[in-house]
Structure formats: structure tokens, C-alpha cells
Design a protein around this ligand. Structure first.
Ligand SMILES: Nc1ncnc2c1ncn2[C@@H]1O[C@H](COP(=O)(O)OP(=O)(O)OP(=O)(O)O)[C@@H](O)[C@H]1O
Length: 249
């Protein structure tokens, strides 16, 4: 296993207008990890993810991907992203499942596969998320949980080493959430893909991930989910939301 972190945030600072969203944030993610990022509403979790993806540039501090500063990093095909917006996808959008997954191959600089190779990759990605039989269905005709699996397939189709997911199971029913986490677990354990997932749901996420990072502008905790749950006093961080902590299984 390589020692170079997959993601490294060093004293990262970001603000929208004059309101800081991320302050002095340090975070290291190693190859093969399954990291959950939690924190209260407006804590800067989505902002942190966008900083990792180069969608936002830090005002101060450094972001390194696979050991390279963001400004030098070009290997975007190594990274898949499932955005928060995927959950509020316009269900009247007329594309088929195959077409949605194919968009994950667009914009992958330096890769130009044949039509046949593209088809093979799409089929393989759909197979991995158990959605191959839905290939020709319209995305809008699927349930929320099935749509989310299609969005994972889209993130997977370029064969990434790292996938970042921003609250991907928001609004998805409990059974579909379970299936979704099973897929993530397999991608991580069997395929060795490093995963970073942002979630509101501390109770569920703590049972799924290997590492937990708790962010409220800056990093408040980084370690095992078990220790975090046993550690107790989150009131300083969560205020009235501490009740969520009792939701462990
Ligand atoms: N595009 C934007 N313009 C201005 N302010 C923004 C923008 N995006 C986020 N913010 C603000 O920055 C702060 C951090 O937002 P962010 O979405 O990163 O938090 P979050 O932890 O992901 O929140 P949530 O759990 O509610 O999704 C919030 O106060 C938010 O209102």
C-alpha cells in the first residue's frame, strides 16, 4: 500500500463572501480508507468535499490529491463524485440509465475509448451496483434508491481509485439505504476503492465506515467511529442535535 495520502488538506481556509465556511482544516485520507464526514448543518462538509475536488479553491492552505498540489493535479479520471444534487435529480429528464452512466465518461481527459469499450464499461459499472437489467429504462421511472445506484455507476464507470459522495442517501428509504451501503462496502473492501462520504446521519454512518471525521468549520474528531460514539460529549459541537448519537445499533 502506498504511503502517500490520497487526499491531504493542510490548514485550509475558505469563505463565501466574508463568511468563513472552512477554517484551518487539516485532514488526511489514506488509500483504501472508507471515511465518513459528519457535522452539524452548515458545518462546511459539502464545502470541504468541493475543496477536495478542486471545484472550490482554498483562500489559504493547500489541497493535495495523490500527493500532488491541486494546481498540478491532472489525473481526474482517478476520482469519481456523487454530488448532493444527484438526490434531487429531475425525474422527468428523458435519458436512459445507460445514457446517464455514459456521462461519467465525458470529460475524462486523455481517455478515448471505443464505442464498444464504453458499452462494456457501462455494463460492468451497472453490474457492480446491481442495475444491469435496468440499462434501457428511463432514469425518471426508477425509485430514489435505484437512481442513487445509477449515480454510483456513473461515478464508477471511469474506473476511479477514489469516490467522494455528498449525502447520497438523503430521502432514500431504509431498505434502499442498506443496499446502497452494501455496494459501497463491496467497492471499498473488494475493489479497494477509497471512499469519502458526507452524511447527516451519525448513527447509520458510524456503523458503516472505517474512519470518522467530524467537522464544524475545522476538524473536531478524526478516528474510529466506535471511539467517537463512546466518547460522549458532543454537545459543544452539535447543540440540540446530540440526540442523534443515541441512535446506534
Ligand atoms: N454557494 C454558497 N454561497 C454562499 N454561502 C454558501 C454557499 N454554499 C454554502 N454556503 C454557506 O457556507 C456554510 C457551509 O455550507 P456547506 O454546504 O458546506 O455545509 P454542510 O455542512 O454541507 O451543510 P448541510 O449539512 O446543511 O448540507 C453554510 O453557512 C452555508 O450557508
Amino acid at each position: 500500500m502506498s504511503q502517500t495520502p490520497v487526499i491531504e488538506l493542510r490548514n485550509v481556509y475558505f469563505q463565501y463572501g466574508d463568511r468563513p465556511a472552512v477554517e484551518d482544516l487539516n485532514l488526511v485520507v489514506h488509500e483504501g480508507e472508507f471515511l465518513g464526514i459528519i457535522g452539524p448543518n452548515g458545518a462546511g462538509k459539502s464545502t470541504a468535499l468541493k475543496l477536495m475536488l478542486g471545484l472550490l479553491r482554498p483562500v489559504r492552505g493547500d489541497v493535495l490529491l495523490f500527493g500532488r498540489p491541486l494546481s498540478e493535479f491532472k489525473d481526474w479520471s482517478k476520482i469519481g463524485y456523487v454530488s448532493q444534487k444527484a438526490a434531487s435529480f429531475n425525474t422527468r429528464f428523458p435519458a436512459t440509465v445507460t445514457e446517464v452512466v455514459e456521462t461519467g465518461l465525458l470529460g475524462k481527459k486523455g481517455t478515448w475509448w471505443s464505442w464498444k469499450e464504453n458499452k462494456r464499461r457501462v455494463a460492468e459499472a451497472l453490474e457492480l451496483v446491481g442495475m444491469r437489467e435496468f440499462a434501457d429504462r428511463r432514469i425518471g421511472d426508477l425509485s430514489g434508491g435505484q437512481q442513487q445506484r445509477v449515480f454510483i455507476a456513473r461515478a464508477l464507470v471511469g474506473d476511479p481509485e477514489l469516490i467522494l459522495l455528498d449525502e447520497p442517501v438523503e430521502g432514500v428509504d431504509a431498505e434502499a439505504q442498506g443496499q446502497f451501503y452494501d455496494i459501497l462496502d463491496r467497492l471499498n473492501k473488494v475493489h479497494g476503492i477509497t471512499l469519502v462520504i458526507v452524511s447527516h446521519d451519525i448513527g447509520t454512518i458510524s456503523n458503516k465506515v472505517g474512519q470518522l471525521a467530524c467537522i464544524n468549520k475545522t476538524l473536531h474528531y478524526h478516528g474510529s467511529p466506535q471511539e467517537f460514539m463512546e466518547g460522549g460529549d458532543l454537545s459543544g459541537l452539535y447543540g440540540h442535535d446530540v440526540k442523534l448519537v443515541h441512535h446506534h445499533h
